[in-house]
Design a protein around this ligand. Structure first.
Ligand code: ADP
Ligand code: MG
Length: 317
């Protein structure tokens, strides 16, 4: 299978009632556009476009790269559709709002409300020398879990929670983007497609023992995302941990920087055995929203470390 770069729809393109403004991002599975609706209000439109199976070399129609890929493409399309239908039933401030869903150009489109802000991943990158503060972590994840609870209530698992799929609006409120379950079903049943997990954020049972998937699987990814806020990188990948666990507990790594309470929560979510993790979002949220934790005072070593890292950063520029 080739991995060519597919062309996006051109700017100004009329897609039913929507006008494409520009592409926002292109991943291996889909493209996301900024567009306007019939009332010229902004929307985000996601186009199902698995780049390993289909081509768009010009115009709007996409064609399979090889006729043999057509059944796989159609199966993925069905998964994308199912996912969109399920999501369309969820209306929650911390979950991306799906407004419309339709077929065109031999593929399928999901229209979402457009949100201004940036991903948590971007936020982490911008603050490399000054990791996110405990108060911000608790606030962001505390609210995000309200959204995740709603998702689980609808019997949907997200299965791709990671900082790149957590979006922070300009007013600081978080929302969940990009539900990966469609992709999971899609790649799981098609051994020719490599699973699209993001190493480090997916729990071990997502690699195998998929019968064990449940709310605790998303909870593992939440723990890994909090870990990434502290470390600026993901923990060791779940499948590798099962073979040779090199995970260094957060409770050891950031002792004295974050409260013991928060570090214990991270280590709890990242337990390899799913039975040892929080079993429900509510259980985790109760711990995260406690207000009797103690954030350590920055010690001298910590202040010096911060001073030197900032100084190095200033010199690099
Ligand atoms: N509703 C939205 N509003 C604004 N930007 C969005 C929206 N949905 C997606 N994006 C942008 O597109 C990027 C990719 O979207 P995502 O749903 O994660 O797709 P994928 O990772 O499959 O390409 C996001 O990181 C974000 O920058
Ligand atoms: Mg994404």
């Amino acid at each position: 299978m080739g991995q060519q770069v597919n062309l996006p729809l051109p700017n100004g393109y009329q897609l039913q009632d929507y006008t494409i403004v520009k592409p926002l991002s292109s991943g291996g599975f889909s493209m996301v556009y900024l567009a306007t609706d019939a009332d010229t209000l902004p929307v985000a439109i996601k186009e199902y476009m698995p780049s390993s199976l289909v081509l768009r070399t010009g115009g709007d129609i996409i064609v399979p790269e090889n006729p043999d890929y057509l059944p796989t493409f159609r199966y993925g399309l069905k998964c994308f559709f199912e996912e969109g239908k399920a999501l369309a039933g969820i209306s929650h401030p911390n979950v991306v709002r799906v407004l419309n869903f339709f077929r065109a150009n031999e593929t399928v489109y999901m229209v979402m409300s457009y949100e201004q802000g940036r991903t948590l991943q971007k936020e982490i990158q911008l603050r490399q020398n000054e990791p996110l503060k405990e108060s911000m972590i608790r606030l962001v994840f505390g609210q995000l879990l309200n959204g995740l609870r709603e998702v689980h209530l609808h019997k949907i698992l997200h299965l791709d929670i990671k900082p790149a799929n957590i979006y922070i609006r300009q007013d600081g409120t978080p929302l969940l983007l990009d539900f990966g379950s469609a992709r999971q079903t899609f790649t799981q049943n098609n051994p020719r497609l490599s699973p699209m997990f993001t190493p480090g954020f997916a729990p071990p049972e997502q690699y195998r023992d998929r019968d064990n998937l449940g709310p605790w699987s998303d909870i593992y990814s939440v723990g890994a995302s909090i870990y990434a806020c502290m470390a600026a990188h993901a923990p060791q990948a779940g499948d590798l941990r099962m073979m040779d666990d090199k995970y260094m507990p957060a409770g050891k790594l950031w002792k004295g920087i974050y409260s013991q309470d928060l570090l214990d929560i991270v280590d709890w979510c990242l337990e390899l055995d799913f039975l040892n993790r929080p079993q429900s979002v509510l259980q985790l949220q109760k711990e995260l929203l406690r207000n009797d934790y103690k954030v350590p005072e920055p010690g001298l070593t910590q202040r010096l470390r911060k001073f030197f890292s900032q100084d190095m950063f200033a010199r690099k520029r």
